[in-house]
Design a protein around this ligand. Structure first.
Ligand code: BT5
Length: 241
């Protein structure tokens, strides 16, 4: 299973950030169509909201740059992308893992055993979406992360190479991208972290507590607060406590 012929693959040993490189390539008009940028290490790996992504060798760092068009069953294609990307990561990981199963933490983390194994950063530029994905394969940071971190080889029968995980990821990304929106959201929800549990989240510096009921048809988080009131929460600086 090699990287799909649909993508031009641009490989680097080291780069500041694969998302930044994808952005530069789009802005300079030097690549056309869908493409993938990968690197063995990043010197300035980025998370959301200017957070850093620790990027040491042995792990996977890619950006899939995809020309976006239109809607999918009434939901903007871009709005569905974080879920498609998470499913692609989850399915790729599952293929290498012995028993544990990845869970999806809203909006964009993939966890195993309550620990972060992958992060997703989606950015838009011109008519492209840049889907940046980091997966810890051979090692993970031991400190300096909010949630504990882990890596794939802790759970695999044999050590996995970056290339085989990358190929599995792209393969699954294409498959999940063909699903209808309902199926994407349902599949995501069937492995959602903390579903039906009491959670507290931060939204615009305010804490809200309630029972996490999953996501609605637009991918918004649904929280049932005291008194049975249902609140929908859109992406933003939502942090779980
Ligand atoms: C993310 O942000 O989780 C998105 C990370 C996306 C990284 C990829 S790598 C390829 C592409 N190129 C880039 O420059 N970025 C993308 P966020 O939800 O903001 O989480 C960031 C937080 O995760 C940090 O503040 C740390 O607490 C934690 N963290 C950093 N590095 C980590 C790692 N390697 N493993 C686990 N947790 C990490």
């Amino acid at each position: 299973m090699a990287i799909s012929a649909r993508y031009t693959h641009i490989e680097h040993d080291s780069i500041d950030s694969t998302n930044l490189e994808a952005k530069r390539l789009i802005q300079s008009g030097s690549v056309s169509g869908d493409f993938v940028v990968s690197a063995k290490t990043q010197s300035a790996g980025r998370g959301r909201l200017d957070r850093a992504w620790i990027s040491s060798e042995g792990n996977l760092f890619i950006s899939i740059a995809k020309c976006m068009k239109g809607d999918k069953d009434g939901i903007a294609a871009g709005q569905l992308l974080p879920f498609i990307a998470a499913l692609a990561v989850g399915s790729a990981l599952r293929g290498f893992m012995k028993s544990e199963s990845p869970l999806y933490k809203w909006p964009n983390d993939v966890l195993v055993d309550g620990k972060k194994i992958s992060g997703i950063l989606i950015e838009k530029i011109n008519n492209y979406a840049i889907i940046g994905i980091g997966i810890n394969i051979a090692n993970s940071p031991e400190s300096a992360t909010k949630l504990p971190a882990t890596f794939l080889n802790n759970y695999a029968s044999n050590p996995c190479s970056v290339k085989e995980v990358l190929d599995a990821l792209i393969y699954n990304f294409d498959i999940k991208g063909e699903l209808g929106s309902k199926q994407v959201l349902q599949e995501w929800m069937s492995s959602a972290y903390k579903i039906n549990q009491n959670v507290t989240i931060m939204r615009e510096n305010k804490e809200i507590s309630g029972v996490y009921k999953g996501i609605d048809e637009n991918g918004w988080l649904i929280l049932e607060t005291n008194g049975g009131k249902r609140e929908a929460v859109l992406f933003g600086d939502v942090s779980w406590i």
